[in-house]
Design a protein around this ligand. Structure first.
Ligand SMILES: [Zn+2]
Length: 342
């Protein structure tokens, strides 16, 4: 089986991506067009050079800082309602074409407020774009996870939660906020700072995930489990070094959202063959295979599944099981409606 036939098989399955960031999934072409519209294109820079500021380049990039650097350029265009709406629509379309039938898109609304939008307007624009696409494709399910940036601290996280309560999915025909997450620099902002925010998210009826153990060790994942009570952990890569933690994740039924290319690029794993994904599965940990940032990582969900087959020798049946498990990890109130649902 070559790459192309693998991708064809994978895209024939209903896929779910429950860890994908808005800012890291924008079409480079769209940003290029917007840069011309806003007269902000750098004179003399062509599209290929522009892409370098948005996408991982194996030749030139090697660190987490290189990775995070790719999120700067899009920010000047994601401050406007129409742009957020358009980007959200295109993002759903790209996912759908890749075989994704259930998408959970995550974003921190605060970083898109610099031109005066309110938190609710940012989410409303996202809902509008996603909702327009979903209305045209009844077999597509979508929801939004709100991220609090770790470096904004616990108080800001609680304020943010209060602002988004009116954007929950139940108030907006099923497309709205379904979950809460923390992301950003792990080391100086441990999970315990967000204990109250997670309690509030819980009281608001939101499901909970948390980025943890991506650049920090397993102790941060323990801390997240003990203090935040998450249903899922984003990345959780360092759990691979802690057999007791793997047992805990399995016993508690906590999902790990695994993003292979991203983990390799940010250095969470040195080599893909060393990724703990097979270890998690063998130990009975629930896993959802996800993209993190398709644009930044130059990948797609189908390509991540192909990578899993190529790296770990997963069979077609293994892939079917993994796709099914990923769907079942959804925060959507209705659960997954795809073919695995029955
Ligand atoms: Zn992430």
């Amino acid at each position: 089986m070559n790459r192309e036939s693998r991708l064809e098989f994978i895209r024939s399955l209903p896929l779910a991506d429950i860890h994908r960031h808005f800012d890291g999934s924008i079409r480079p072409r769209t940003l290029w067009e917007l840069s011309e519209k806003y007269y902000s294109a750098v004179p003399g820079l062509d599209f290929e050079q522009f892409r370098h500021y948005l996408q991982w380049d194996e030749e030139q990039d090697s660190t987490l800082l290189d990775y995070l650097d790719k999120f700067h350029v899009p920010l000047q265009y994601t401050q406007f309602y129409d742009n957020i709406r358009r980007i959200s629509y295109e993002l759903a379309e790209d996912a759908y074409k890749d075989g994704v039938r259930l998408l959970e898109l995550r974003m921190n609304p605060l970083i898109h407020r610099r031109a005066g939008l309110t938190t609710r307007q940012v989410i409303a624009a996202t809902r509008k774009g996603l909702g327009n696409f979903a209305a045209e494709h009844p077999d597509f399910q979508v929801g939004i996870i709100v991220i609090a940036m770790r470096n904004h601290g616990g108080n800001m996280a609680r304020l943010l939660l209060r602002e988004v309560i009116g954007e929950k999915e139940e108030y907006h025909d099923g497309i709205g906020v379904i979950g809460f997450d923390i992301a950003g620099h792990e080391a100086p902002f441990p999970p315990v700072l967000f204990t109250d925010a997670y309690a509030l998210a819980d009281a608001m009826g939101l499901k909970k995930t948390a980025h943890a153990g991506e650049s920090e060790g397993p102790e941060r994942i323990w801390e997240a489990l003990d203090n935040l009570g998450p249903h899922r952990i984003g990345h959780g890569t360092s759990a691979g070094r802690d057999p007791e933690l793997i047992k805990r994740l399995a016993a508690d039924g906590v999902y790990v959202e695994v993003c292979l290319s991203s983990n390799l690029q940010t250095g969470a794993v040195a080599k893909l063959s060393e990724h703990p994904l097979p270890k998690f599965l063998e130990a009975g940990v629930k896993v959802a295979l996800c993209t993190d940032n398709p644009t930044v990582s130059s990948t797609s969900l189908a390509r991540e599944y192909a990578l899993a087959m190529e790296t770990f020798g997963f069979s077609e049946d293994d892939i079917r099981q993994l796709a099914k498990m990923s769907c079942a990890g959804t925060f959507l109130a209705d659960g997954c409606r795809c073919a695995y649902g029955e």
